[in-house]
Design a protein around this ligand. Structure first.
Ligand code: ATP
Ligand code: MG
Length: 242
């Protein structure tokens, strides 16, 4: 791993990049995952690389909804496994949610490597390994594959860093869809019932500790437009400094 001095102003972000590159070399994350991360980083810049109030509200609401669910499932892809392996296992334990590996670029080998990594971090059972026994309707074969006891029968799914098509297909199955996605205008963010616009490296640790937001109205569109307003304001501020 390349040494990054702690004094570097972009230390955290550079360290994250280096660890992602390592995970690609280990076969956990796909090369395309690196590009997806880059798109995320751009939006994180606009947020100011911190959890803004609207994101914290969505995180609290997500906890409330998952705690009240019958069969909540957290979907894990290569980037999630690379960035927050131990944290996502802790979150699943707190929320009593199942973990299912579900990849955009599906490979049996990568699924098994991710499952092993999560087990090292304390996960007892991982869905999505072995032969898939269910399909999400409306998606072409490979990306539709999932586990019957997991995502297929879930009432609430947390799908961080998800593709828009799959988020839409899950929604069409009648599920409550929660995402963590730095891009407030991605199809996923616009499709989900709760969109947490935050970096997963901050959102998941936050969600391990935050109290649930219950009994309060939550309007996802309103929350998304507050996020976009925040980004616009920040751009205006930044333009004054140029
Ligand atoms: P969509 O398919 O929803 O329209 P997209 O095609 O732009 O989105 P994908 O590559 O399908 O993007 O999904 C990856 C998403 O994950 C992107 O929206 C990106 O902003 C987001 N993302 C990447 N890295 C992170 C991260 N560390 N934390 C949170 N979100 C991230
Ligand atoms: Mg996409």
């Amino acid at each position: 791993m390349v040494e990054i001095p702690e004094s570097h102003p972009r230390y955290e972000s550079l360290k994250t990049r280096e660890s992602l590159v390592e995970r690609v070399e280990e076969g956990i994350t796909s090369k395309a995952g690196l590009i997806a991360h880059g798109r995320g980083e751009m939006f994180d810049y606009l947020l100011g690389e911190r959890t803004i109030d609207s994101a914290k509200k969505a995180e609290k609401k997500a906890i409330d909804v998952i705690l009240k669910a019958e069969n909540p499932v957290i979907s894990i892809n290569g980037n999630v496994a690379a960035l927050v392996p131990a944290e996502i296992v802790s979150l699943s334990q707190r929320l009593k949610a199942k973990l299912e590996v579900n990849l955009f670029h599906r490979s049996e080998e990568r699924i098994n490597k991710i499952a092993e990594l999560l087990k090292k971090d304390g996960a007892k059972k991982i869905y999505g390994t072995g032969k898939p026994d269910a399909e999400i309707p409306g998606l072409e074969h490979e990306r539709a594959l999932c586990s019957k006891e997991g995502i297929y029968s879930a009432d609430v799914v947390l799908v961080p860093l998800e593709d828009g098509d799959r988020a839409k297909a899950l929604k069409e199955m009648g599920k409550t869809v929660i995402t963590i996605d730095l891009n407030p205008i991605s199809r996923t963010a616009k499709t989900a019932d709760i969109s947490i616009i935050d970096n997963i490296v901050r959102a998941v640790p936050n969600m391990i500790d935050l109290e649930p937001l219950s009994g309060k109205e939550f309007d996802n569109s309103e929350n998304l437009s507050q996020t976009l307003d925040h980004m616009c304001e920040r751009l205006k501020e930044l333009s004054k400094d140029i």
